[in-house]
Design a protein around this ligand. Structure first.
Ligand SMILES: Cc1cc2nc3c(=O)[nH]c(=O)nc-3n(C[C@H](O)[C@H](O)[C@H](O)COP(=O)(O)OP(=O)(O)OC[C@H]3O[C@@H](n4cnc5c(N)ncnc54)[C@H](O)[C@@H]3O)c2cc1C
Length: 425
């Protein structure tokens, strides 16, 4: 049995950021556990590296703006390039909405510009096709691109420096609540550790206490499987797309779903670029078709979210994805993509909520369980802001500088309290 003050479950970009910000407030005894700290299946490892504060919901703007301020201040360390976000509109009603939201965005100092189609062609000669479709565009000059691996590495270094411990290859297999401990105080389980049997906690029981986390620790070379029981004062669920699996172990119904998202690296011949195009200086471009793309090293990274993608833990990259979804949209918008070549593609998971906004705060029914996950394609750009708010809540019991209360899961009980974010990709 190991005693831990704060156990952060999940060492992706969000869990790592929270551990660091909490340690920076002087909290000790923080341990982060993850089944794979390299993040082979973590969204933090598989994303597109877009970073913007331009959203339609204040809490998303505030948390992303705080994160971007951090990225800007550490631009060399995290590979932040302030090259902007260009968002093209073809639908009149959506365009009107975007224009109306600009006042909110600029009240936060984002400096969002409205571009006419003529402005777009003058500033982005790359976009030389289907021009008659475009009714307008917004350009957010303070947004940009970041290297997510470098972000996580920086958070991790800083956390380690302040004494946070990271435990690799710890698979969370069991959870013991006060109710499930039984008279003998033992974690009840059946034969195999991966199917730990825990009586569901009653989420309405405000005395609910999460007592222990059981992990299995496998050392492949030695083919040895060991177990660790962490007795913890506080637990923070940062399992990203796997959060609902954890919550199910303690009887908390989660409404978020893992949904596959595919992206690919594409090569463009430099001689195909229209005069005046400086590919490397471009930021993110979001097309009305749902396509998004930006320069990535010598290539272009392009993505598209298939609207009717079924939920599930699916990491398969479809061989036909590039030809079916990316290439037609790329070539429809820019002649330079007519002859582009696929380099490689991959798939990762969005952890999607019904209102497309993340979940953060205390878990009702438990005195010592907190959570931050399901940022629906926004976890990198929200990480520092969310971590700052969560560290405040964990250390002092309330939000001080960043109010994350709109992100509490209770909002899903009442659609009127949903934080509907429509500017997602
Ligand atoms: C294709 C794609 C493009 C994206 N583009 C962007 C973008 O441009 N900008 C942006 O900000 N966001 C983007 N995102 C979203 C972003 O990547 C995520 O929101 C963010 O990485 C979530 O971080 P996290 O720490 O919450 O989760 P994760 O990084 O998924 O971390 C969760 C961790 O939990 C661990 N884990 C799971 N189960 C267990 C268990 N039982 N025991 C122990 N450990 C466990 C995993 O190993 C993992 O390390 C994109 C995502 C995808 C898939």
């Amino acid at each position: 049995m190991e005693r831990v003050s704060v156990l952060v479950v999940g060492g992706g970009i969000v869990g790592t950021a929270i551990a660091w910000r909490l340690a920076a407030r002087g909290v000790g005894g923080i341990v982060v556990i993850d089944l794979d700290l390299a993040g082979l299946y973590a969204s933090s490892e598989l994303n597109a590296g877009g970073a913007r504060a331009t959203w339609w919901q204040p809490v998303n703007i505030e948390t992303c703006r705080a994160t971007l301020d951090f990225f800007r201040a550490h631009a060399a360390d995290v590979g932040f390039r302030e090259h902007g976000y260009l968002w093209l509109y073809a639908d009149g009603a959506l365009w009107e909405c975007a224009v109306a939201k600009r006042a909110l965005q600029n009240a936060y100092g984002l400096g969002v510009e409205i571009l006419t189609p003529a402005d777009v062609w003058a500033r982005f000669p790359l976009l030389d096709r289907a021009r008659d479709e475009i009714v307008g565009a917004t350009f957010s000059p303070r947004d940009g691109l970041v290297n997510p691996n470098a972000v996580r590495a920086l958070y991790r270094d800083r956390a380690r420096h302040l004494g946070v411990q990271f435990r690799n290859r710890h698979y969370v297999a069991g959870v013991a609540t006060a109710q499930s401990m039984g008279a003998a105080g033992a974690l009840r389980r059946v034969a195999h550790v991966d199917v730990v049997e825990v009586e569901p906690g009653d989420p309405t029981d405000s005395a609910g206490i999460l007592r222990e986390i059981l992990t299995t620790h496998r050392v492949p070379a030695a083919a040895v499987r060991t177990e660790t029981r962490f007795a913890c004062d506080t637990v923070v669920n940062c399992l990203g797309a796997w959060s609902s699996v954890f919550l199910a172990k303690i009887g908390v119904r989660d409404v978020t779903e893992p949904v596959r998202r595919q992206i690919a690296l594409v090569d463009v011949r430099r001689r195909d670029l229209p005069p005046g195009t400086d590919l490397e200086r471009l930021g993110m471009i979001v097309d009305p078709s749902g396509l998004y793309f930006h320069p990535e090293g010598a290539s272009v990274l392009a993505g598209y979210s298939i609207p009717d993608e079924a939920p599930g833990f699916d990491f398969t990259y479809d061989d036909a994805f590039f030809e079916t979804h990316l290439w037609p949209r790329l070539a429809h918008r820019a002649s330079a993509f007519e002859r582009c070549a696929l380099r490689r593609g991959w798939a990762g998971l969005y952890d999607v909520t019904p209102d497309r906004t993340g979940v953060a705060g205390a878990v009702a029914g438990f005195t010592n369980l907190f959570e931050a996950h399901s940022f629906t394609g926004r976890g990198v750009m929200q990480s520092y802001g969310v971590a700052t708010g969560m560290a405040e809540l964990l250390a002092t019991g309330r939000f001080e500088t960043l109010d994350l209360s709109p992100l509490r899961r209770e909002r899903f009980d009442d659609p009127a309290r949903w934080v509907m974010e429509d500017l997602h990709i």
